[in-house]
Design a protein around this ligand. Sequence first.
Ligand SMILES: [Mg+2]
Length: 254
Amino acid sequence: MGGGAWLVLMDYDGTLTPIRPTPAEARLGAGMREAVSALSRARGITVGIVSGRSLEAVRRLVGLRGVVYAGNHGLELQGPGLRFVHPGARRSIPLLRRIARQLSRALAGIPGALVESKRLSLSIHWRRVPAAHAAAFHRRVGAVLAPWAARRAVRVTRGKRVVEVRPPVSWDKGAVVDWLAKRHRCRDGRLLYLGDDRTDEDAFRAVNRRSGIAVFVGRPRRGTAAGWWLRGTQEAGELFRRMAEGRWANRRAR
Ligand SMILES: [Mg+2]
């Protein structure tokens, strides 16, 4: 590619795999794994996967060496010569465990509700909650979380049919983009981020501040900070293959 190293960062669910009814079903397809692998092996390109899943889970699902993995929206990172856990997040582990127990009890009667404990955060999935139970789901989740959120003991965010409970640290996918860009001495503009959901907007904005390329995967949400979009995961895979082969970014006129 020439002209300096590129940092290519991407979300996992909805970006590398289509959204599935349960998180366990969102496995990485063989074609996409090959595309990401080729990209990570290409000269002058570092690949990082920034997911809301636990580091452990995203590493297991992707299973490629030489890739930087950021789990729990970047509260934990691991990659070649790199290991990081946000100290503020580590302190929240006992409270998150307690909240997970409260949620499991509160949601016992709601079919399809799933409390996923990711050590440094919780995901409460409602992809499989029938419409007739959705109101009760939100009421009960709200009742458990409101007192903790009011005390700022946790941060609550919402994504596609998931409620996320995170430690009260100001750290998001945008902070991770900045952290990795600095660490890799990424020159402005040589930064690409692909994502599909609300939590990716922080990353898009960080990329824009660095004159990088922010790409929305799927039909763009209204008001997205991403300047580009791809139709879906298939087109994302195609972009990776092109970049790996150097058929991209060398068409600049000057
Ligand atoms: Mg996603």
